[in-house]
Design a protein around this ligand. Structure first.
Ligand SMILES: Cc1cc2nc3c(=O)[nH]c(=O)nc-3n(C[C@H](O)[C@H](O)[C@H](O)COP(=O)(O)OP(=O)(O)OC[C@H]3O[C@@H](n4cnc5c(N)ncnc54)[C@H](O)[C@@H]3O)c2cc1C
Length: 490
């Protein structure tokens, strides 16, 4: 019987493990932390009974993928719940903008010419998103089955976010796009800095931005249930530093950052592969604060009260300046802050009127300062009285983010800069992104296509590459892509 060891139990490690186990491979998962789940862990971080998502919170890219179609996690304890407003963007003076599932509702709320332009861009992309999504996990060198949809997607995704945002005149629509584009952690003047924003905005209209009922740990929980049913062995508290510690399994899957893969493989990795992986670039960091908030956040912009995610940073110009600064290693006075209010979609998350609130600021890579005050000031700006409602907080700096999970190098929560080269080729320039140049050894973390997000697609693709190499056929599993565009961001 073919056997495999998976190092790391983030959603990609678990997805790889599950794909292998379901194909009849004997699987062992080794995780260095004391709990499984990597970026999908949820914990009581502030007050007893209040569950906070440590990393992933909203999941537009996890709903309908080749992995989710192969493994129905919703039949094993995962329940998606949608807020009424998918994401919102408050501006000064109680103004703002919001994105609903419906493109029409979003366009109507923006109104006038900007609303029509939102509809003209996102209407057709949403109608064709299933085809676009299928293409972007395909090998790059292939005949597209949806050439027109891909052409339309590529034409806007290739643009700098600052340029695309200027198709709208009013600051509401501009800011609405700026907030979603900022998920790429890229300066807005950079080519392809629109791609992640266009993908996430379209996904909001096609699938919404749901949260997992009870916390994101339900995502890994469902995978763990399935893995146990397949007889996989799961161990925590095991930090792997060398392939030699693994014995001689037929397949090794590393759910780790590229530099860590080089260290673990040591001399067994061909020099050219090691050199390519060492060149992998990480992006800016995230500084995260969990709050316990009495009565929720008193946003003056009403639709923000109904939103699962709120992008806090003001106008397009302000967010562009903040992203430029963090990309250049400078801490902005007013950083971009991403806020999730999961209890808006999932009332079970609030306890006795106290709500868990998740907020992280984009900060320079490895930032050693304290951004708590800057985060609170940004929220207070759009929700006066917020500070008075804080009952407890839990702070995780960019440096602590890496201590919490070694894959988030310097606090880089998307495991790799979304620069143009790495969006097309990651983790190195090759047609075989999951291969580490050693027979049977693969990398499957978010550093590989299709990039960040708790969707499991990197692990699924890597496992399929391994199964193909071992000549193992699986029912209902598509061939692994050789490479694909990375449009995951967060
Ligand atoms: C603050 C934050 C917010 C986010 N928000 C969202 C969101 O809302 N939606 C979304 O879709 N995504 C979001 N993400 C991104 C998402 O969580 C990640 O892209 C995803 O978890 C990556 O999965 P992974 O399996 O590649 O790695 P990870 O989830 O990072 O897991 C890697 C695991 O491997 C373990 N490991 C590493 N090295 C070793 C070793 N040598 N030995 C043993 N174990 C090892 C680590 O301990 C970890 O458990 C967010 C991430 C963060 C941090």
């Amino acid at each position: 019987m073919t056997n495999a060891v998976v190092v790391g139990s983030g959603p990609n490690g678990l997805a790889a493990a599950l794909t292998l186990a379901a194909a009849g491979v004997e699987v062992r998962v080794l995780e260095m932390a004391d709990r499984l789940g990597g970026g999908t862990r949820s914990s009581e971080l502030t007050l007893p009974g209040l569950i906070h998502d440590e990393c992933s919170a909203a999941h537009p890219l996890a709903l309908d993928t080749p992995f989710s179609r192969r493994f129905d996690l919703t039949a094993h304890g995962l329940k998606w719940i949608w807020p009424e407003v998918q994401y919102a963007h408050p501006l000064d003076g109680g103004r703002g903008a919001a994105a609903w599932r419906s493109v029409e509702a979003t366009a109507d709320a923006l109104g006038g010419r900007d609303g029509r332009r939102w509809q003209r861009l996102f209407g057709p992309l949403t109608d064709h998103f299933d085809g676009i999504a299928a293409e972007i996990v395909q090998p790059m060198l292939h005949v597209p089955r949806h050439p027109l949809a891909m052409g339309a997607f590529g034409a806007v995704s290739g643009l700098p976010a600052a340029l695309l945002a200027r198709r709208w005149r009013g600051d509401e629509a501009q800011a609405l796009f700026a907030g979603v584009a900022a998920h790429a952690f890229r300066p807005f003047g950079s080519p392809m800095s629109s791609a992640v924003g266009v993908t996430l905005a379209t996904a909001a209209h096609r699938f919404g931005w749901p949260v997992a009922e009870g916390g994101s740990s339900a995502i890994s929980g469902a995978m763990i249930t399935l893995l146990e049913q397949h007889g996989a062995r799961l161990e925590t508290g095991v930090h792997i530093t060398s392939l030699d510690e693994l014995g001689a399994p037929d397949i090794v899957m590393l759910d780790v950052a590229p530099a860590a893969a080089v260290d673990i493989a040591g001399d067994r990795m061909p020099h050219r592969v090691a050199r390519g992986l060492r060149r992998f670039r990480h992006g800016p960091g995230a500084f995260k604060v969990e709050f316990a908030v009495e009565g929720g956040v008193p946003w003056t912009h009403e639709p923000s009260r109904l939103a699962g995610t709120v992008h806090v940073g003001g106008s397009l110009a302000e967010i562009a300046a903040a992203e430029k600064a963090t990309g250049a290693g400078r801490m902005p006075e007013r950083p971009f802050v991403l806020v999730c209010q999961q209890s808006v979609a999932d009332p079970t998350r609030a306890k006795d009127g106290v709500h868990p609130l998740y907020a992280y600021a984009h900060v320079p890579a490895g930032y050693t300062g304290d951004a708590t005050g800057a985060i609170e000031a940004q929220l207070e700006r759009f929700a006066p009285g917020f500070r008075d409602r804080i009952l407890a907080r839990h702070v995780r700096s960019a440096v602590a983010m890496e201590e919490h999970n070694v894959n988030y190098v310097g606090g880089d929560i998307v495991t790799g800069a979304n620069d143009p080269l790495q969006m097309v080729f990651r983790p190195r320039v090759t047609a075989h992104p999951y291969s580490l140049g050693i027979d049977g050894v693969y990398i499957c973390s978010a550093a590989t296509p299709p990039g960040a997000g708790a969707h499991g697609m990197c692990g699924f693709n890597a496992a399929n590459a391994a199964l193909k190499a071992h000549g193992i056929e699986t029912a209902g599993t598509p061939a692994a892509p050789a490479a694909g565009l990375a449009v995951g961001g967060w």
